[in-house]
Design a binder for this molecule. Structure first.
Ligand SMILES: Cc1cc2nc3c(=O)[nH]c(=O)nc-3n(C[C@H](O)[C@H](O)[C@H](O)COP(=O)(O)OP(=O)(O)OC[C@H]3O[C@@H](n4cnc5c(N)ncnc54)[C@H](O)[C@@H]3O)c2cc1C
Length: 432
């Protein structure tokens, strides 16, 4: 049965905001969203475009400021510092406290700082919050050369941002090819070349040893594990993120990497839930990580928990994995399971790559019955709905390639490669 008590959501990112909107659609219960970052929900993934001058910060907010009052969703800008589950209250940084009927942690992530010497120096930062962007903006005039440490999605975004302002960028990547723990070799190599093509000094197989500082405590350079010194005025630390839950570790909440939740997103404490980047599945879904720190799963967790709080207990069932990103000019989408290194026994792969352009489509399928397991696309965008449906239905890779036109966008808007892909598939080029 739906509760009529108040609902407090801590965090106004995609997960917390989606939850509030979906509960409000069907319930009049009091809802309060608390966030320490900004009064209103904004798109974190669009922050880079603000720095690059493609949009103003206001444009990252999908709802007008009046939306919240109109929908009777209260907003509070403050930091929650602890909670008392017996009394069902949360404590705020400003000294006040608030009672809750249901409490949802939707507090997101923070950038990892692994403890390198010098990592707390001035002009060293991770990129996650709005304040990181503001800090970067303030430091920008002082930066001539930047070093970015950590070859993932946020690292490459930061490299693009700094290049857009004409900064020299050196990009230190521990692996022997960009993001090759996730990307198969051909995709990873394509991105290596693309990064270098954008004037970035990409250093593979390179790890940071320490950060050096000047007499004012600001970064002056980095030293690599090989003993090389690179001078710079800025260091971006993009070595992953982790759930933003350190302040909850002393509480009775069951915490591992994140706040541990069951399939219905409930924690070990009655009336307390966790969603989005900060939630850790006790029993992860097959083939998926226990902490899913991506935008669309945050939204799905918000939608799912709303149903439970509306009196219809619902389990988190996100369906096939999906993620997308942009590596400078190359759009990347991944659907289902496409392993960086497939083993012939459980997953075969086939890919088609354009002879001259940065375009590639990879298909993963089960060797026994040729069921489609997943697709990677670089440089062309496929229709999410179609790919999602194919994976749900479990169609074969042969049927998928035969119907590829269904997954492609309007030929007038995007180049079409179905014929080349079908032809190459039949001739079994690049079969792995
Ligand atoms: C630069 C960048 C680019 C990204 N690009 C992509 C992408 O292309 N695709 C993709 O899928 N994902 C991307 N992500 C990841 C995606 O943005 C996150 O997965 C998503 O925003 C997480 O949403 P969330 O609701 O869990 O938390 P968040 O968006 O982190 O929101 C949590 C909020 O809670 C606040 N908060 C934390 N603790 C407290 C407290 N104690 N009291 C009050 N408030 C608190 C935080 O300040 C924050 O405002 C990107 C992330 C970054 C940083």
């Amino acid at each position: 049965m739906e509760s009529k008590t108040n609902l407090i959501i801590v965090g106004n990112g995609i997960s917390g905001t989606t939850l509030a909107r979906h509960v409000r659609k069907k319930s009049n219960r009091p809802i309060l969203i608390i966030s320490d970052e900004h009064p209103y929900f904004f798109s974190r993934t669009a922050l880079m475009y603000v720095y690059m001058g493609h949009m103003k910060f206001e444009h990252t907010q999908p709802y007008e400021d009046g939306f919240w009052e109109k929908n009777n969703i209260q907003l509070l800008q403050d930091r929650v510092v602890r909670f008392n589950p017996e009394k069902q209250i949360i404590h705020l940084e400003n000294g006040g406290f608030l009672p809750y009927g249901d409490l949802v942690w939707a507090v997101g992530s923070i950038p990892n700082k692994p403890g390198w010497p010098g990592e707390t120096a001035k002009r060293v930062q991770g990129l996650y919050h709005k304040s990181d962007l503001e800090q970067l903006e303030n430091w920008t005039p002082e930066i001539e050369k930047a070093v970015i440490v950590g070859g993932g999605l946020i690292g490459i975004e930061l490299a693009e941002m700094l290049r857009s302002r004409g900064k020299a960028v050196c990009f230190l990547v521990r692996e022997n090819s960009f993001w090759n723990t996730v990307l198969p070799a051909a995709e990873s190599e394509m991105i290596n070349q693309h990064i270098r093509g954008h004037g970035i000094d990409l250093r593979l197989n390179t790890t940071l040893k320490s950060i050096t500082t000047d007499s004012e405590g600001a970064v002056s350079g980095v030293v690599t594990q090989d003993g090389e010194t690179l001078s710079c005025q800025y260091v971006g630390l993009t070595v992953g993120v982790r759930p933003h839950i350190d302040f909850l570790r002393d509480s009775d909440l069951d915490c591992g990497k994140g706040i541990r939740v069951n399939r219905s997103l409930a924690t070990n404490i009655p009336h307390v839930y966790a969603i989005g980047d900060c939630a850790e599945q006790i029993s992860p879904l097959p083939g998926r990580p226990s902490v899913e720190a991506v935008w669309y799963t945050g939204r799905m967790m918000g939608e799912t928990l709303a149903q439970t709080l509306l009196g219809q207990p619902t389990n988190y069932q996100p369906g096939p994995w999906f993620n997308s990103a942009k590596f400078f000019d190359i759009e990347y989408q991944t659907y289902g399971q496409v392993s960086a290194e497939s083993d012939e026994k459980n997953e075969r792969q086939w890919f088609w790559q354009h002879p001259t352009k940065s375009i590639l489509v990879r298909w993963a399928f089960r060797p026994t019955n040729r069921q489609l397991l997943g697709v990677n696309s670089m440089g062309i965008r496929l229709r999410h709905q179609v790919l999602h449906q194919w994976l749900l239905e479990g169609i074969t890779v042969d049927a998928a390639i035969d119907q590829l036109d269904q997954a492609c966008f309007d030929p007038e808007l995007t180049p079409q490669y179905q014929d080349e892909i079908s032809l190459a598939f039949r001739s079994k080029q690049n079969m792995i």
